[in-house]
Design a protein around this ligand. Structure first.
Ligand code: ADP
Ligand code: MG
Length: 386
């Protein structure tokens, strides 16, 4: 018997991970009237109360992933730290795993990712693989550099900038890579989609502005203020990678734009991404809808921009841990073209991603003013300390 297709009775999509990305994917899935099952290790994850098919379970344990995934026709992810062994087993059982297990495996390990760029002639920062801290300490002549954990680093937590030999002790004592510190002009990101039929689409490049201390995106602007030739080169690079890895799904490709206009790929993620949130309000289709279309092998949507936009991450205030309270919400809601997204996390922690705000404006100057207005008035604090 053939498995049901999307829009047919009985079709079920599974998602590993029930955080904010899963939550926004559910929002898009509602419009397609899809039945979506979600699994997350946190019983209070942002998706927990939003689908009757929420399962509390480990996404890094092969058996638990198989038990969950075998009840789905298509299985996707909102985070790459999932059991690849489980995904492979499901593929063997005929579940359509999208992105495929081999793509997830490649991206789970930054060492394998960097090696992939090198082997395929994709420009990337020069690097050496390191097994432990002692190996990094022997590489003082490589400084200034950035040491990155091979596995399980995220939101800047697996990245250490090492400028001087005195800072070498900050290196991770686990398998990783040391790469040259790049003096870039801008950081940009391009999200591309590819469905199983091989159709591709790319969102306009966006420009990411990082928090100076925490390696987290502070805000982003879409489209990036870059030359048309730089934009087409960035698109070509992201699409080339999507083809080379035979992607099915979407892929966010973070790049450095250098002062001479050339590009280097920093890293990639085969899923919806923080650098695509503004697409909900500002593009013909959102990255979430596009992800659904790609993994369900439906025609991809236009990614064209409707209006310039910016997205500000709403991070938990430093020094505040506990039940979250949002200050300045009414002021933000009074800004024309501001859309607030709260992720439904009960507790705040310093720099935890609690939500985001998208602002839109046809005028770039006013857009930047709105970003600063949002940053000035909106804060996430804990009840205990306020
Ligand atoms: N080689 C590098 N040179 C300069 N800055 C870097 C380099 N690698 C990373 N960074 C900075 O650190 C940030 C986080 O690094 P990244 O590899 O993207 O890790 P994460 O998985 O935490 O996103 C980047 O967005 C960039 O701002
Ligand atoms: Mg990154």
């Amino acid at each position: 018997m053939n498995a049901p297709r999307p829009f047919a009775p009985g079709f079920r999509l599974g998602v590993l991970g029930g955080g904010q990305l899963g939550r926004m994917l559910l929002q898009a899935a509602i419009d397609f009237n899809l039945e979506v099952a979600v699994m997350d290790p946190d019983p209070q994850a942002p998706c927990a109360s939003l689908t009757p098919l929420f399962r509390h379970g480990s996404i890094t344990d092969a058996q638990s992933v198989v038990e969950f995934g075998r009840q789905c026709h298509v299985l996707t992810i909102e985070i790459e730290n999932v059991s690849a062994e489980g995904l492979r087993a499901l593929e063997g059982m005929g579940v359509q795993v999208r992105p495929p297990a081999r793509v997830v495996e490649l991206i789970q390990d930054k060492r394998a990712q960097k090696q992939f760029y090198r082997d395929n002639g994709i420009p990337t920062a020069p690097f050496v693989l390191t097994r432990d801290r002692a190996e990094v300490e022997a590489l003082a002549h490589w400084l200034p550099a950035v040491h990155k954990l091979g596995r399980e680093g995220y939101d800047g937590r697996g990245v250490q900038i090492i400028r001087t030999p005195e800072q070498l002790h900050k290196a991770f004592d686990k398998p990783g890579l040391l790469e040259k510190l790049i003096d870039f002009k801008k950081e940009i990101s391009v999200i591309v989609a590819r469905n199983a039929s091989g159709q591709t689409q790319a969102f306009p490049a966006v420009e990411l502005v990082y928090h100076p201390e925490h390696n987290l995106v502070d805000y982003l602007v879409s489209p990036a203020a870059i030359e048309p030739a730089e934009e087409s080169a960035a698109h070509a690079l992201a699409l080339e990678i999507a083809q080379k890895i035979q992607l099915v799904g979407i892929l966010a490709v973070e790049m450095f734009l250098l002062h001479d206009g050339s590009l280097m790929v920093n890293e990639m993620a085969p899923r919806t991404h923080n650098s695509g949130h503004q697409s909900i309000e500002a593009n013909f289709s959102s990255q979430f809808e596009q992800h659904l279309r790609a993994v369900l092998d439906l025609p991809l949507a236009s990614t064209r921009e409707k209006i310039p936009s910016a997205m500000v991450n709403l991070l938990g205030q430093d020094g505040h841990s506990g039940p979250a309270r949002y200050l300045g919400m009414e002021e933000v809601l009074s800004i024309e073209g501001a859309s607030v997204h709260l992720y439904g996390k009960a507790n705040t922690k310093p720099f935890r991603k609690m939500g985001h705000v998208t602002v839109v404006d046809h005028d770039r100057g006013r857009l930047v003013e709105k970003i600063h207005q949002v940053k000035r008035c909106l804060r996430v604090v804990s009840q205990a300390q306020n």
